[in-house]
Design a protein around this ligand. Structure first.
Ligand code: NAD
Length: 460
């Protein structure tokens, strides 16, 4: 007899006495069963044709727009996302579905001349079958959507295993998505690592976003099965500020990238590298900008830095700054919620945790470099390589001086956060495994290419 799967419980990080979701986990058996049922539904979805898939995705975009206020409020309650950011995430989610609603009409391949003789060569992209999606809690609508929309557009069925902390958001998204789709083409399996592992064991392709440790486990299991896998994982992102930068503007961007949503984004800035004469003015401007951002109620539309996701997360964050020389922050208050103040540390030893591991909180280290080459070397000195922001008015530095940066995304005079969804997204080293997400790259990931050779039926 199989044991009853445990309950999945999510709590409001601003008021942990409030339970937002409490549902039965799918269990490993339930997750595998969901994949089998999705597999049975997928051929009908594909055969329904491009117009039906396009219309379905377009209607999901419209339904998300209609429910925008309710969805944003749910993200505030369940993951503590500040209201302004939650609204922006919901708007982005609708835009993602609308963008991929065009994809079914896009060319599915190419035509080539044969190398010799008569005939025609064609390529045609075909869906894998069932895409298993495993997602984190920090973008509870956008990340499941930027995986599901291209997977569905390409004719796959989808089984989503959301983070336990974002269960209510995933189930609400599923209600909206399912209204536009045939039964079983999109299923959510609530649960944790056991359900995630079961999805990896049964799906035809896997797209994961989350921590590096879990992502590497997922990638290994998928590679062992020989199925396509992509894993978007942690970051330890640097911002380089050159002496010619607009220091006030750079400080404002950095403060938002460090403190926004309490630093709980893979693209958050956690290392600030001031080059040469930028060091003194930036030190003052950034400390002042961070001190002006309180950790506050996420339901207030003015809040930039809300609570952390859990008590454990707050302990990890306050442990990371313990004993360091601080220019701002350094307090974790015991409200009803799990809050930590935006914090800036200086003179951080090179082997300190803050410079080696992703802390996932509103904390950054201020470092100095002699010149741009030194700053690039420092940026590359960590095991991650997701995104780097560079602040300068020097076009040559921006275009040529950064050639050796080992990060997947580079943002000039912009915060490290807030990357556009219609371009490839991903990093290097421990930040990413496999092909890129988002934009047209995602459509390639969710399909495989077939090559056709068409020779004349009759030789002339
Ligand atoms: P997490 O790794 O704890 O969980 C992510 C998902 O994986 C959850 O659904 C979880 O239940 C599942 N999971 C955990 N262990 C598993 C296993 N062994 N097998 C299968 N599934 C498993 O991450 P989190 O705390 O939800 O999210 C925060 C992390 O996500 C941070 O490291 C952050 O950098 C990362 N993140 C990365 C990106 C990116 O695109 N690079 C975007 C957002 C978040």
């Amino acid at each position: 007899m199989t044991a009853t799967p445990p309950l999945v419980v999510s709590r409001n990080p601003a008021d942990p006495t409030e339970i937002v979701a409490q549902v039965q986990a799918a269990g490993a058996f339930g997750a595998a069963d969901a994949v089998e049922r999705a597999r049975a539904a997928q051929p009908g979805w594909l055969r329904g044709g491009a117009a039906a898939r396009s219309a379905a995705l377009g209607s999901i975009a419209a339904a998300i727009e209609s429910a925008a206020d309710e969805l944003a409020a749910l993200a505030v309650r369940e993951v503590g996302k500040p209201l302004a950011e939650a609204r922006a995430e919901v708007a982005r989610t609708a835009a993602i579905w609308r963008y991929y609603a065009q994809a079914p009409y896009e060319p599915a391949g190419a035509v080539h001349e044969t190398a010799a003789g008569a005939g025609l060569l064609l390529t045609r992209r075909r869906p894998h079958g069932v895409a298993g999606l495993i997602t984190p809690w920090n973008f509870p609508f956008a990340i499941p959507s930027w995986k599901a929309a291209p997977a569905l557009a390409a004719g796959n069925a989808v089984v989503l295993k959301p983070a336990p902390e974002a269960t209510a958001c995933a189930l609400r998204l599923a209600e909206i998505v399912q209204q536009a789709l045939p039964e079983r083409v999109f299923t959510v399996v609530p649960g944790g690592a056991a359900e995630g592992g079961a999805v990896v064991s049964a799906a035809d392709a896997v797209s994961f976003t989350g921590s590096t440790e879990a992502g590497q486990t997922v990638a290994r299991a998928a590679v062992a099965r020989g199925i396509p896998v992509q894993a978007e994982m942690g970051g330890l992102n640097a911002a380089i500020v050159l002496p010619d930068a607009d220091i006030a503007g750079a400080a404002a961007h950095l403060a938002a990238a460090i403190a926004g949503f309490a630093g709980q984004k893979c693209t958050a800035t956690s290392r600030v590298i001031a080059v040469g004469a930028a060091a003194d003015p930036l030190r003052e401007a950034l400390a002042e900008a961070l001190r002006a951002i309180p950790a506050a109620d996420p339901a207030d539309p003015a809040t930039v830095c809300g609570p952390l996701i859990s008590e454990r997360a707050r302990e990890q964050v306050s442990g990371a700054w313990a004993g360091l020389s601080l220019l701002a922050g350094g307090t974790a208050h015991d409200g009803p919620g799990w809050y930590a103040a935006p914090t800036l540390a200086e003179k951080v030893p090179a082997d300190h945790r803050l410079l080696r591991e992703e802390v996932f909180g509103p904390v950054a280290a201020l470092l100095t470099a002699d010149d741009l080459d030194d700053a690039v070397r420092l940026t590359n000195s960590v095991p991650y390589g997701l995104v780097t922001s560079v602040h300068t008015a020097d076009l040559d530095a921006a275009l040529h001086g950064l050639d050796d940066l080992d990060t997947g995304m580079i943002r000039i005079n912009a915060p490290s956060t807030g990357v556009d969804f219609h371009l490839p997204f991903g990093g290097t080293k421990a930040s990413s495994h496999g092909p890129r997400e988002q934009g047209r790259a995602a459509l390639e990931f969710y399909t495989s290419s077939r090559t056709y050779t068409l020779s004349p039926a009759k030789t002339m």
